[in-house]
Design a protein around this ligand. Structure first.
Ligand SMILES: [Zn+2]
Length: 324
């Protein structure tokens, strides 16, 4: 039964989640996976299109797992600035040499997204080889998520929510609110998916590009904040009957303008990468015939598992909140 206390903890839990979730917003993740489907070649398109709703809905699974799986959190980011000025030359392309150089604990602390993408690429290729429709779909959805995360500038820094620069809240502002407000005007035609020669290099390149964009993410917000008074910068909005303090529409508009298509660029890049990685796994698996998987449907047990996972996520959320 939902009593007042439970409702309060639900409310606080969701607020807490909104405030700290280090993720592209759910909206952007879902949109990215969905759009990536349309970049696939005719041999892959029917199977992926048939399951497009699954790939869309499950684009956010890895974020939900963060509360239930202790190892999950580091897979979504990498704090490039934790490695100093020589990060680019110091950080190994592959996981094994990285563990030998830094140790797994230290790596986990600063995030592992570019390496974890490689693990997921390997697993998805294996699933294609085995023609295991269930795994292909689950891993495709997950891989899409991590690739999109690797393209978010604030996923490449310790200052991921502006907490060290007096810009607390900038994370969700950039990756949730801006896409929600403006993505309908973005051009998402990214052309056909392309084979990726080195997925390791491509994963890292995404991280370096995102990290190079970080300066303007922080600087433009700061500049604009100096020009706009607090009462113009923030507004209160009704979200499901609750008034929430958020960046005002005008502040969002001006910030978005200053960023000059940056969010659009990063989202487009994500879409292109997701389609290209799916394609690459399929090709590396020997281009298995996916038409034979068209009859696949998630059975009742899968659906039950999904429900159970969602429940654990919520329970975990309450528990975390209660322990604080
Ligand atoms: Zn994430």
């Amino acid at each position: 039964m939902l009593n007042k206390k439970t409702l309060l903890s639900l409310f606080l839990g969701l607020m807490w989640h909104n405030a700290t979730a280090a993720v592209w917003g759910f909206y952007a993740h879902q949109r990215i996976n969905r759009l990536a489907v349309f970049s696939l070649p005719p041999e892959m398109l029917p199977f992926f299109k048939k399951n497009i709703d699954f790939l869309t809905e499950n684009a956010v699974n890895p974020d939900k797992r963060r509360y239930a799986v202790p190892d999950e959190a580091p897979r979504h980011f990498i704090d490039i600035d934790a490695y100093g000025d020589s990060a680019k030359t110091a950080l190994p392309l592959y996981w094994k040499p990285a563990t030998e150089k830094y140790g797994t604990d230290s790596l986990a602390l600063h995030g592992i997204v570019p390496w974890y993408i490689q693990t997921m690429k390997f697993r998805l290729t294996e699933a294609f080889k085995e023609k295991d429709a269930r795994r292909i779909l689950k891993l495709s959805a997950d891989l899409g998520h991590y690739l999109a995360d690797a393209n978010v500038p604030l996923h490449t820094t310790r200052n991921y929510n502006g907490q060290f620069s007096g810009q607390y809240g900038i994370h969700a502002f950039w990756e949730s609110r801006l896409p929600e407000l403006f993505a309908n005007d973005y051009d998402f035609f990214v052309g056909q998916a392309q084979y990726v020669n080195s997925t390791a290099q491509a994963a890292w390149q995404a991280v370096w590009n995102a990290h190079a964009a970080l300066d303007s993410v922080l600087l433009f917000e700061k500049d604009l904040s100096l020009k706009m008074s607090e009462d113009k910068k923030f507004a209160y909005e009704d979200r499901n009957g609750v008034m929430i303090r958020t960046y005002s529409a005008e502040f969002a508009r001006q910030y978005h303008l200053a960023l000059a298509n940056q969010v659009e660029r990063q989202m487009r890049q994500s879409v292109k990468m997701v389609g290209s990685f799916w394609l690459t796994c399929w090709i590396d698996a020997g281009q298995p015939d996916l038409d034979s998987l068209m009859a696949f449907d998630f059975d009742k047990q899968d659906k039950k598992d999904d429900e159970a996972e969602k429940r654990t996520w919520l329970q975990r959320l309450f528990r975390v909140r209660a322990e604080e």
